[in-house]
Every structure is written in structure tokens, then in C-alpha cells.
Design a protein around this ligand. Structure first.
Ligand SMILES: C[S@@+](CC[C@H](N)C(=O)[O-])C[C@H]1O[C@@H](n2cnc3c(N)ncnc32)[C@H](O)[C@@H]1O
Length: 309
């Protein structure tokens, strides 16, 4: 296990291929499509100001803002290198863009208002990094679930302050299944078997509670299984560059009900789409068979548009 798991180290592991895959890969295209549908169907006020937090390349938020005729996009990331690159880019769009280095927790104190705020695949990083950064020695690898959840709630509470009535918050991320009972699963090919064994030994972010019940079947809590599903294929496919980034994270922190509860308590109406991009679904079904505990392999993605009442 690498003892060095600082936020700075994590930022520096993200290379060009990581960003290209995030935006143009299957998941990027899937999330852009679902967000467009949610916004078209449920957002009723004109969107002048857009805020993209944890913006990365800001590709999806910018394209959508342009399409709906917004005046300005403010992109925020705590990674100064990302913001520097966005500032140096020559934008050919008819929309005002502004790039700021800031942490998600700074934003609640801003006095600006944004009719649409994007949190695209950022909250799992807040959950993962704030959720384990308390030992002061930089050596704590296991993510503390409750601490990560508390950070996620705090982040949402502060973001809600910059959204006016009728405005929305969009979240995309991976999702936990509704329940966490044990499921029984068959690994359908030898490569997956060996990957799982390595994964359980080498995943530093969570102790995965996987128990082999025969040479190719195992029992595992449903939440651990959904985490394994998101992560194992980087190891299986030898994508070690991506694995080096992703192994420091857990992509799932909420069930669908948790999104509903948190947004209702903040005075928002949530609209939620849960699903799995086809390529991921096909790969999972080739690699695993659900024997017991869930009707099928759990869904991967959640897309939320929460509209302020
Ligand atoms: C997985 S990337 C997603 C990028 C982009 N939103 C997308 O969906 O393509 C997560 C981004 O969130 C940023 N990030 C993580 N924690 C953050 C925080 N506490 N404050 C601001 N940005 C953060 C990272 O630097 C990274 O650019």
C-alpha cells in the first residue's frame, strides 16, 4: 500500500487520457445525454448564470450552458493546474467564461447567485478525501464512511445557498444499491477471478468484505459489490494509470433515497435518473452472474436535477 495519498498526489496522477475518457468516453456521453433531458424537462426559469464546481475540462457544463443561452459560466476547481489550463485556452464560444481556483466549501460564502450549479462527479472526491484526511499524518487510507457523508452533506448545504428559487443543482456520480444485504455472485471467467483476488488485497480505500463460497462464487454485501463493479475493470484491463487515480476513491456514497432526503430537507424537489451505460452493463454481465440477493447486477450511475422550491 502506498502511504502517500495526499490530495496533491491524487491531482498529479490525472493525465490527459484520464480527462479525455471522462468527457468523451461512454460515461461522459451518457451523463451529458441524461443531464440534457433532466434540464429540458424540469428547469422552468431562464438560466443566466451557471456554476460548474469541480469543473475539470468543464466540457459538459459549458456545452449545455451555450445550448440553453446562458450569459456566463463560472468554472471552479481546487486544482490550480486545471484552472490555469482553462484560462490559457482560446474559447470560441459566445458565452462569457470565468475560471476560479476555489474549494467547494468556500462557495457558500459567495454573494453571487447561479440558476444552475453543476456537481459532476465531484462529490465522490469530497466524500473520499475529506472522509479520510483526519489523522494528520497523511497515512490513513481507509475512507471513513460517516465522515465522508458528513462532508458531502456540508458541501450540499453550502452550495444550496447560491441557488435562487426555481434554480437547480445537477449531480452525477455512481450510486449505492437501495439495500446492503449480502448478495451471492458468480465470477464467470478466470481473469475476473484473479482480478478480484488482487483487488481485495490492493484496494486501499475500503476493506472489501468478500467471502469465497466456491472456486468461482462469492458472497459480498451489496454496497461492497457495487464499489467493486466500478473499480475492478481498470485492474482487469491493465489500465494502471487510471487504477492509480481511482483506487484512492470510492465513487458511491448515497443511495437514491439519500439524494431524495437531503434535497427535500434543503427545500429542493429532486428529479432522479438511475441507470447504467450499455458498455458497462455488457462488461459486467459478461463477467458476473447474480445468483442471490438482488434481481440483477446493480445500476451504476445516478443523475440528479434538484430544483429549489
Ligand atoms: C472526477 S473529476 C470531474 C470533472 C468534471 N466535473 C467532469 O465531470 O468531467 C472531479 C473534479 O473535482 C475537483 N475537485 C475535487 N474535490 C474538490 C473540492 N473540494 N473543491 C473543488 N474541486 C474539487 C477535482 O480537481 C476534479 O477536477
Amino acid at each position: 500500500m502506498t502511504p502517500d495519498v495526499s490530495v496533491e498526489e491524487h491531482k498529479s496522477r490525472k493525465v490527459e487520457a484520464y480527462w479525455a475518457d471522462l468527457v468523451e468516453g461512454e460515461t461522459g456521453l451518457y451523463k451529458a445525454g441524461v443531464i440534457k433531458r433532466l434540464v429540458d424537462d424540469h428547469l422552468r426559469i431562464p438560466v443566466r448564470q451557471v456554476l460548474d464546481i469541480g469543473c475539470g475540462t468543464s466540457e459538459i457544463a459549458r456545452r449545455l450552458a451555450e445550448r440553453i443561452g446562458s450569459e456566463r459560466v463560472v468554472g471552479v476547481d481546487y486544482d490550480a493546474e486545471i484552472i490555469d489550463k482553462l484560462r490559457r485556452h482560446e474559447w470560441k464560444v459566445g458565452i462569457d467564461t470565468q475560471w476560479r481556483v476555489a474549494d467547494i466549501f468556500d462557495i457558500g460564502a459567495w454573494d453571487e447567485r447561479f440558476e444552475l450549479v453543476f456537481l459532476l462527479d465531484i462529490l465522490h472526491e469530497v466524500y473520499s478525501f475529506v472522509g479520510r484526511s483526519d489523522d494528520g499524518k497523511g497515512g490513513q487510507l481507509i475512507i471513513n464512511h460517516q465522515k465522508g457523508l458528513d462532508a458531502t452533506y456540508r458541501a450540499l448545504d453550502s452550495i444550496a445557498k447560491v441557488v435562487p428559487s426555481g434554480g437547480g443543482i445537477v449531480i452525477t456520480d455512481d450510486i449505492l444499491p437501495d439495500h446492503n444485504e449480502s448478495v451471492e455472485v458468480k465470477a464467470k471467467n478466470p481473469k475476473v477471478l484473479s482480478t478480484l483476488k488482487t483487488f481485495v488485497e490492493e484496494y486501499p480505500s475500503r476493506q472489501i468484505d468478500l467471502e469465497w463460497t466456491s472456486t468461482d462464487t462469492f458472497r459480498i454485501p451489496a454496497h461492497d459489490f457495487s464499489i467493486v463493479l466500478t473499480q475492478y475493470n481498470k485492474l482487469k484491463n491493465g489500465d494502471l494509470q487510471r487504477w492509480n487515480v481511482e483506487k484512492l476513491e470510492i465513487h458511491q456514497y448515497f443511495r437514491e433515497a439519500d439524494y431524495r432526503d437531503v434535497f427535500r430537507s434543503l427545500g429542493f424537489t429532486p428529479h432522479i435518473v438511475v441507470g447504467t451505460p450499455c458498455g458497462a452493463r455488457d462488461e459486467w454481465c459478461d463477467d458476473f452472474e447474480m445468483l442471490f440477493g438482488l434481481p440483477s447486477i446493480p445500476a451504476k450511475r445516478v443523475s440528479v436535477l434538484a430544483v429549489r422550491d
